[in-house]
Write a protein that binds this ligand. Structure first.
Ligand code: SAH
Length: 348
């Protein structure tokens, strides 16, 4: 018999489960509080639950609890990069970024990724599996406990394609924003996608107040295809239409992520085409100087080119920022810490 993944259950599902084990609904309330408010790592820590019922729980359920395998702390800006060990021996990475306005955690949504973006380290070894809602949530719980501070913002921008793990993502959002749990406002959550069009539209129809970030990275279909194989499936214009739909339905401004790759997508012509492509969309463009990985020969655009690119967009009335590079002195790029760990520890 498969054990129930108790950390991924919402209040209603937990109540049904606890009742099915012969206990009253109020026990479910207490257990939910232990899991999502006090964030314990084992059933044994639930001190107002009888020993006997704890044994029953252990027999029928498991409580996801990620193990901190490694933490790198940036001397430059206090960014922390965590490597967590999952129950099945896989490892994932998460990042804590400290801003004036609060602590932000960037989580992984999958072990590995199958999207194949050319500049990204997370996808080099393909997809292993999607994370459960509890595993996504626990990255935030463990980091919050590690620093003893509240986490106010969450971005789903780590390893994996969140819309390729859609049902677990929705459950994660429900639990993360639950007022009986961490109670993070939907407005403080960003989900980043490489552009899986049908899922973007479905997510819009959920009518949540979360921010959708689209990894655009190119100003036309031909260039996008060079960098992102997903463009074979969804044309750049379909993706842009899905972004417009998202804004129309939710009223939430879209974020476009654009990683600047030296000589590839950073020319004046690119800036002009980008302006045309997103003209009239209520959006914000986040320019990210590409973080070179050793497996590919892509290089960063130089500072002057980045500045010029930004100015061009600004002149066209587009909201744009250059992403501040956090944790430059640690394995900063998406998937690099996990990759290094995997390569030196065999095939985890
Ligand atoms: N799969 C999702 C979320 C994970 S990637 C997505 O594609 O959006 C988070 C962001 O980091 C994406 O915009 C991705 O394209 C970008 N990224 C990945 N590797 C990078 C690198 N080496 N340099 C700059 N940006 C990178």
């Amino acid at each position: 018999m498969n054990k129930v993944d108790i950390k991924s259950l919402n209040q209603k599902e937990l109540t049904e489960f606890i009742e099915s084990l012969g206990e009253k609904a109020f026990r479910a309330k207490q257990i939910y509080q232990w899991i999502h408010e006090k964030q314990v790592d084992s059933f044994a820590e639930m001190t107002n639950i009888s020993k006997k019922f704890i044994e029953t729980l252990e027999e029928h359920a498991y409580l996801t609890s990620l193990k901190k395998e490694e933490v790198q702390i940036s001397k430059l800006d206090g960014t922390r990069k965590y490597l967590f060990l999952l129950e099945d021996g896989n490892v994932i990475e998460s990042v804590l970024m400290r801003y004036k306005h609060g602590n932000s955690v960037c989580i992984s949504s999958q072990v590995g990724c199958r999207m194949g973006c050319r500049f990204c380290a997370s996808t080099l070894d393909g997809l292993v599996r999607g994370l459960t809602a509890g595993e996504m949530l626990d990255q935030i719980y463990q980091i919050g406990k590690d620093i003893g501070e509240r986490i106010s913002n969450v971005v789903v921008m780590g390893t994996g394609e969140p819309l390729d793990n859609y049902d677990n993502l929705l459950k994660f959002i429900e639990l993360l924003t639950d007022e009986k749990g961490l109670n993070i406002s939907q407005r403080n959550l960003t989900v980043s996608t490489c552009g899986i069009v049908p899922r973007m539209r479905e997510l819009a129809d959920e009518k949540l107040a979360i921010t959708l970030a689209l990894s655009l990275h190119a100003s036309n279909q031909a260039k996008r295809l060079e960098l992102m194989p997903v463009a074979n499936k969804y044309d750049i214009h379909e993706v842009i239409d899905a972004c417009k739909y998202y804004f129309d339905v939710t009223g939430r401004r879209i974020t476009f992520e654009y990683s600047l790759v030296g000589g590839v997508n950073d020319t004046d012509q690119d800036a002009r085409e980008l302006t045309q492509l997103i003209k009239g969309i209520n959006c914000h463009v986040n320019l990210i100087p590409v973080n070179p990985i050793k497996e590919r020969d892509y290089v960063q655009s130089n500072t002057k080119v980045i500045e010029a690119f930004k100015n061009k967009l600004e002149k066209a009335g587009i909201n744009v920022t250059v992403r501040r590079e956090m944790g430059r002195d640690i394995d900063g790029a998406c998937g690099q810490l996990r990759k290094r760990y995997k390569d030196s520890n065999g095939n985890l």
